[in-house]
Design a protein around this ligand. Structure first.
Ligand SMILES: [Zn+2]
Ligand SMILES: [Zn+2]
Length: 152
């Protein structure tokens, strides 16, 4: 495990949120654009976004224990608006990533015509393609064909 379990859950949620707009799929709004920008941002710009999201949602971290989860941080009250809860959860997870110096685990899919976000939680930092479609498969097939063509 690279990050705390609730951080990894939150990061996966962010990737899913970003990728619902990837590859021309119907887009939703500002939060997704801001989170998406973090994926390709430098550290200072990412910090700015994270701090602003936390400020705008009036984040107030509190330790909580519920539903079989051990102590973890919540930064919004359960009655906070959904948008605030989503942005705060994302910002807290990204704060973990930034202070762990792990921003290189946030990258874009390497498939040529794909603009989906990739979250690399692999031990050896080897994940190159997104989970939204067939990018890994297509890359393998293309590499195989290229080898065949070179051999033939
Ligand atoms: Zn919780
Ligand atoms: Zn992809």
């Amino acid at each position: 495990m690279v990050f705390a379990p609730d951080t990894e859950v939150a990061l996966r949620t962010v990737v899913n949120l970003i990728n619902t707009a990837a590859n021309g799929r119907e887009s939703v709004r500002q939060l997704r654009r801001e989170l998406s920008a973090v994926w390709t941002a430098g550290e200072d710009a990412a910090v700015e976004t994270v701090n602003r999201l936390l400020r705008d949602a009036n984040a107030l971290p509190q330790l909580m224990k519920h539903d079989g989860w051990d102590w973890h941080l919540h930064a919004t009250a359960p009655e906070a608006p959904l948008a605030d809860r989503m942005s705060t959860e994302a910002a807290m997870a990204l704060a973990d990533v930034i202070r762990s110096k792990e921003m290189d685990r946030l990258r874009m899919c390497e498939s040529e015509d794909c603009d989906a976000a990739v979250l690399d939680l692999s031990r050896n930092r080897s994940k190159r393609y997104c989970d939204t479609g067939n990018c890994a498969n297509r890359a393998h097939v293309a590499a195989y064909r290229a080898r065949q063509a070179a051999a033939g």
